[in-house]
Design a protein around this ligand. Structure first.
Ligand code: GLN
Length: 489
């Protein structure tokens, strides 16, 4: 049976009806991997033995008639910047090339409690800095829709795995767009939850005031199921939000009547590809036809989001990455003459060019004499950006925008020009600066490449995103299309 096009909730049905087994599903994923992974290269590490052993325990409990959690037996991929006990966690960096964590990230623990089957750890731009996976120290992942193109980044491996069928669901992290942008370019659903909704314990830190973990899935039902599994307070992350959460599947309602949706005009101009713009406007009319009110609105400080992000994120990164000194953290280069030389060699050989660029930018912005002019100013502008959203949300339940300015771009297209690469996240960064939830969902196709549309919600407004996303998906069916990959049977 061909499982690779199915969702987690569909596979669950098959498992409960005994039409398949967790082992059979797991084997079919590894069979597909054998055929396509040479071309796609979504994974840094595969754990076939661990995955099959997990699947067997799920089957045993199924046979024994035990009740199993909703995601039991579902093949999952984890971005390689989340700690997995006993399984290599590289962060896409040479400096962590042999780091095997002695503990699990909270999200991994929560997925283990669901009895998911972890297939492996996925490729990313080094320390999640990038938009294409081309900044991975190991290799570039390819877009399953067109292998000459990037899958987006930094969580490109996770997005490509879900699109290709070599995982049913995956986790990514999003600091400025790293879940939503690759989800858009690979034609899957990718949600960045509200800052604080998901524990970051065990996520290797990039920019701590912006980082957030979230799901990649093939549809909104799976998105709600994964949110149910990973959200909630964690005393090991002091930024994790307190309070009880309901069941996110309650929001899977095929109805947006009366919903007020704003379209920020700043997100529909400038460098936006005409075809992408058309798809966003078509999405607006789908929502209108289904009974929502859609109206233009304005987020006046939008132009400042990119420079603000590229001061705050590198400043936090320079501080977070100071720990990789070859002594307490990170690989050490042994042939050094003294301790200073050892630090210098370990860091200069361990980090790649983009990470060094961020460390230098961030250190500069934080240094005496420049702190007020750059870092402090960026924090003030961040407040203005957040207020823009607060004002918009006085009138609207959610905002509709493009996720990316263009479809997946050719490999190599932007590697020589960091600013061009940074512009890939022009429509996603502000959401992180404001700590809001955002989701990218399949909005249509341009020249056979998937295009994502983005929905942005109020703080802890994931429910509205699920409801609108679910309604859109039921009305259009774009999420049902799958890429065909060379090598696939
Ligand atoms: N592409 C952005 C950056 O390079 C965002 C990365 C992310 O969200 N992790 O910083």
């Amino acid at each position: 049976m061909r499982f690779n096009d199915l969702t987690a909730h569909e596979l669950r049905g098959l498992l409960l009806r005994r039409e398949t087994s967790a082992v059979e599903i797991c084997r079919s994923v590894f069979d597909l991997l054998a055929a396509v992974e040479g071309e796609i290269q979504a994974y840094i590490t595969l754990d076939r033995a661990g995955a099959l052993a997990k699947a067997e325990t799920v089957d045993r409990d199924l046979r024994d008639g035990r009740e199993l959690p909703p995601l039991a037996g579902i093949p999952f991929a984890i971005k390689d910047n989340m700690c997995t006990k006993g399984v290599l966690t590289t962060c896409g960096s040479r400096i962590l090339r042999n780091f095997v964590p002695p503990y699990n990230a909270t999200v991994v623990e929560r997925l283990n409690a669901q009895r998911v089957v972890m297939i492996g750890k996925t490729n990313l731009d080094e320390f999640a800095m990038g938009s294409s996976t081309e900044h991975s120290s190991f290799f570039t992942t390819r877009n399953p829709w067109d292998t000459a193109r990037v899958p987006g980044g930094s969580s490109g491996g996770s997005a490509a795995a879900v699109a290709a069928g070599s995982a049913v669901c995956a986790l990514g992290s999003d600091t400025g767009g790293s879940i939503r942008q690759p989800a858009a370019l690979c034609g899957v659903v990718g949600m960045k939850p509200t800052y604080g909704l998901v524990s970051r314990y065990g996520l290797v830190a990039f920019a701590s005031s912006l980082d957030q973990i979230g799901p990649f899935t093939r549809d909104f039902t799976d998105c709600a199921l994964v949110l149910n599994a990973i959200c909630g307070h964690d005393e090991r992350d002091s930024t994790s939000a307190p309070g009880e959460l309901g069941d996110f599947t309650d929001f899977l309602v095929d109805d947006v009547r009366g919903m007020r949706i704003g379209m920020p005009q700043e997100y529909l101009s400038g460098g936006l590809d005409e075809g992408v713009r058309r798809i966003v406007l078509e999405a607006a009319s789908v929502f209108e036809q289904r009974g929502a009110y859609v109206e233009e609105t304005s987020l006046p400080h939008t132009d400042y989001a990119l420079p603000t992000y590229y001061l705050i994120a590198p400043a936090e990164a320079s501080s977070n990455l100071a720990r990789y000194d070859g002594v307490r953290y990170g690989c050490r280069l042994e042939n050094s003459t003294d301790v200073i030389d050892m630090f210098r060699l370990s860091r200069s050989r361990g980090f790649g060019a983009e990470v060094k660029r961020r460390i230098m930018l961030g250190t500069y912005a934080l240094s005496a004499g420049y702190y007020d002019a750059y870092y402090l100013k960026a924090l003030k502008v961040r407040t203005l950006i957040r207020r823009d959203f607060e004002e918009a949300f006085e009138k609207f339940d959610l905002l509709l925008a493009p996720t990316t300015p263009e479809p997946a771009f050719p490999i190599g297209d932007k590697t020589e020009d960091p600013i061009k690469m940074y512009l890939s996240d022009i429509y996603t960064l502000a959401v992180n600066l404001a700590g809001l939830p955002g989701v990218s969902l399949p909005g249509g196709f341009l020249n056979r490449l998937p295009i994502g549309i983005q929905l942005i919600g109020k703080p802890f407004g994931e429910g509205a995103l699920l409801r609108a996303g679910y309604t859109f998906q039921q009305s259009t069916g774009h999420h049902l299309k799958r890429p065909r990959i060379r090598g696939e049977a």
